[in-house]
Design a protein around this ligand. Structure first.
Ligand code: UD1
Ligand code: CA
Length: 461
């Protein structure tokens, strides 16, 4: 949108969070709340996006490294929302058009609401247009005081009279401004209020005195407008985002047995006819195919699952790829960077790290495979361990197609087990095994006859 400049306020301390982390970096449903605000602003294609930062500004800058288009205005010290917006004057004063003001702590807004706000603002030619909503519990918000139906001023909770506190229409903290008169008016704000701050909200009465037009757009979706000031409100916002996500997925053909205990991040995708059991966490950029079944207690982070994958209870899967028809768990742990091809079967108490497992291969029980390249249709016996670390460096284990690794074997990397080779149970493989060969390392078995009877005799004697 030409001549649209977005400013996002994020300099405040967020005292009520009681945190060492800046408020806007706290996660709502798995993502920093400021990212929601940016993802709202970016599709509007504004001419600029300015973040007003102050408290812990370096941490916020760090979180913006992947967004080079965001520019910063620094507010130090933090003297209120009016003072915060004034800090953008160096970047925006003298420009023409509309300034859309968002709050870093109001993450649930929807685009259609902003479009309505901007359209109304531009159609009426107002100097300022504030987005308001009616809430059952207006405590803490600035109240909209109207005279003859028109917005006359906004009064903050701490400055409001008992009668004003009854007003249910509140300021959402989202505004559209005509840039031309804005910064001069901000310079004229006073801090004569309970908090000794320069309130942006006082601009309403300033403009009214100057006979400039001030408009209010009322939204009837108060859940979108929630400002997050405390951890309780943070949890509430996460619940709203997750509920919406679950509902979208169910509408698209995914079965979620118990939405209240299913935690699916915003960017996760899931195919139709997949069934998600209670207590499942799907996080980050995870994608799940069609007709999969994910049982209780599973956590999947940044991973891709093909179709008809079954994840049994209590598996943890991180940054891995699982082909179609894979069966995993229960109690399997996939650390980052595994690539499991189609129809792989990984059973209980198996840990994988940075390993490629070929199609049809099975590792049913109690194994560790790290830095391994395993071919197709390999059988990994119970208790197989790749000894990939020599105390200094990691080494690779290669197991070629069709090989059979007997139970309780150790593969001391770097080492290769050739195609169709056998490794006998309890073997410590230190040298390559040729294709089709058999490796055994244990010595010949020795039996001592009558050993138990002899021991008894000793004790009794
Ligand atoms: C503000 C509004 C209130 C509104 C509410 C909606 C004012 C005076 N009050 O109150 O009417 O109902 O939002 O959520 O505008 N910030 C700065 N610098 C500062 C102070 C704040 O950048 O000096 C930023 C904060 O980081 C935050 C936003 O502005 O992102 C709002 O500040 P906050 O202190 O949460 O204001 P509220 O008391 O919620
Ligand atoms: Ca707030």
């Amino acid at each position: 949108m030409a001549n649209l400049h977005v400013v996002i306020l994020a300099a405040g301390k967020g005292t009520r969070m009681k945190s060492a982390l800046p408020k806007v970096l706290h996660h709502v449903a798995g993502k920093p709340m400021i990212y929601y605000v940016l993802q709202l602003a970016e599709p509007l294609k504004p001419s600029s996006i300015t973040l007003v930062v102050g408290h812990m500004k370096e941490a916020i800058r760090q979180a913006m490294v992947s967004r080079p288009q965001v520019q910063f205005a620094v507010q130090e010290p933090q003297l209120g929302t009016g003072h915060a917006l004034l800090q953008a004057s160096g970047l925006l004063e003298g420009k023409s058009g509309t300034l859309l003001l968002l709050s870093g702590d109001v993450p649930l807004l929807k685009r259609h609401t902003l479009q309505r706000l901007i359209a109304h603002h531009q159609d009426t030619g107002a100097a300022a247009t504030v987005l308001t909503t009616i809430v059952p519990q207006p405590y803490g918000y600035g109240r909209i005081v109207r005279e003859q139906g028109q917005i006359a001023r906004i009064v903050e909770e701490r400055d409001a009279s008992p009668e004003e506190r009854q007003i249910a229409e509140v300021n959402t903290g989202v505004w559209a401004f005509d840039i031309a008169p804005l910064f001069a008016a901000l310079r004229g704000l006073a801090a004569a209020n309970a908090q000794g701050e320069y309130y942006l909200t006082d601009l309403v009465s300033t403009y009214r005195r100057q006979n400039r037009r001030v408009e209010a757009v009322v939204s009837d979706e108060p859940d979108q407008m929630r400002g997050i000031n405390s951890r309780i409100e943070l949890a509430e916002a996460s619940r709203i985002v997750r509920q919406k996500k679950n509902e979208e997925l169910m509408a698209a053909g995914v079965t979620i047995e118990d939405p209240a205990t299913t935690y699916i991040d915003d960017e996760v995708t899931i195919g139709t006819d997949t069934v998600i059991h209670p207590g499942v966490y799907l996080e980050g950029r995870t994608s799940v195919g069609t007709a999969c079944e994910i049982h209780s207690g599973v956590r999947i982070v940044n991973s891709t699952l093909g179709d008809r994958v079954v994840i049994q209870n209590y598996c943890v899967i991180n940054s891995s790829r699982l082909g179609s028809g894979v069966i995993l768990g229960p109690f399997a742990h996939l650390r980052p960077d595994n690539d499991l091809r189609d129809s792989v079967h990984i059973g209980n108490f198996v840990e994988l790290k940075k390993s490629t497992i070929g199609a049809g291969t099975k590792a049913g029980h109690l194994s560790y495979l790290g830095d391994a390249i395993v071919g197709e249709n390999v059988n990994i016996g119970a208790g197989t361990i790749t000894c990939n670390y020599d105390g200094e460096r990691k080494h690779q284990t290669t197991i070629e197609d069709g090989a059979f690794i007997g139970s309780d074997s150790q593969l001391v990397a770097p080492v290769t087990v050739g195609r169709d080779a056998y490794v006998g149970s309890g073997t410590t493989v230190r040298e390559n095994v040729p294709a089709g060969g058999l490796a055994v390392s244990a010595g010949k078995q020795r039996n001592i006859e009558g050993w138990k009877a002899g021991k008894k005799a000793k004790v009794q004697g």
